[in-house]
Structure formats: C-alpha cells, structure tokens
Write a protein that binds this ligand. Structure first.
Ligand code: HEM
Length: 127
C-alpha cells in the first residue's frame, strides 16, 4: 500500500525517477518508425528537459513547466489520434518497466490522456 497523502510525483520517486522515465520513454518513442519522423528536427536535449518539467508538474510535483503551450508546439504537425495512442503505449511500457504500480500508472496515463485534443489538433480554433 502506498501513502495516499503523498503526491503522485512523490509516490513514483520524485525528480530522479521522472528523469529516468523520460529518458527511457524517448528512447522507445524514437525507436518507433511511425513516431521517429516527427522528431527529426527537434532538439532532443531541450525536449527531454521540457518533458521532465511537464511530467513533474502534471504529477503535482514542486516544479513549474516553463515550455510553450502544448497546442502551439504540436499544432500543424499532423499528429493524429493513432500517433497519440502509440506514444501513450510507449509510456505505459516505460512505467511497467520501471515497476510503477498499476494504480499509479493508470493515474498518470489518465492525466496524460487529458491532453489528447491539444496534441492532435482537435482543439478547434483555440490552439
Ligand atoms: C500528451 C502527450 C504529449 C505531451 C504531454 C507532450 C509534451 C511536449 C512538450 C512539453 C514539448 C516541449 C515544448 C517546448 O519545447 O516548449 C513537446 C515537444 C514536441 N513534441 Fe510533444 N507531447 C505529447 C505528445 C506528442 C506526440 C504524440 C508527438 C509525435 C508523435 C509529439 C511530438 C513532439 C515534437 C516533435 C516536439 C518538438 C517540437 C519542437 O521542438 O519544435 N508530442 N511535447
């Protein structure tokens, strides 16, 4: 049993775990032939740094995301629900690989899924 008083960020192991997770996660994403092309011109160092911030903040950690709004970053890139599902699939594999328990993993995926419309451009003219 884990302590429900702790934030999700604390439960998974804090900054070091998030850093390890993001590293492995992007290795998986870049090894996926359907996702790799999107990242050809991306600065992976900055992206990993921004993702560490974003995930830490999304899991209620004591960190503020300093990057651009997700809808702006992903707008016009042609990322579809299919790509989004592949991406989330790699995240699930990464969480399992790191021994994150099922309940925490489901909570993380639930939070990440709420960004689907911003990423895949289904946000109408608001993006
Ligand atoms: C919920 C899922 C996702 C989240 C939370 C997310 C988050 C982010 C963040 C925080 C950045 C950095 C923003 C910045 O530099 O200011 C970023 C950049 C990027 N993301 Fe995502 N992303 C998601 C899904 C995806 C998917 C599915 C793809 C492609 C298949 C993708 C492709 C990219 C690319 C190529 C960049 C680099 C853009 C650039 O530097 O020009 N993202 N994303």
């Amino acid at each position: 049993m884990h302590d429900q008083q702790q934030t999700l960020f604390e439960r998974v192991g804090g900054e070091q775990t998030i850093s390890d997770l993001i590293h492995e996660f992007y290795d998986r994403v870049l090894a996926d032939p359907e996702l790799k092309p999107f990242f050809e011109n991306a600065s992976m160092g900055k992206l990993r740094r921004m993702q560490r911030e974003f995930f830490s903040a999304a899991l209620d950690g004591p960190i503020t995301y300093s990057g651009r709004p997700l809808s702006h970053v992903h707008h016009g890139t042609g990322i579809t629900k299919h790509h989004f599902a592949l991406y989330v699939g790699h995240l699930i594999d990464t969480l399992q690989d790191h021994g994150i328990n099922d309940q925490d993993a489901q909570e993380i995926i639930g939070r990440i899924n709420t960004y689907s419309d911003e990423i895949t451009g289904d946000v109408g003219s608001a993006g």
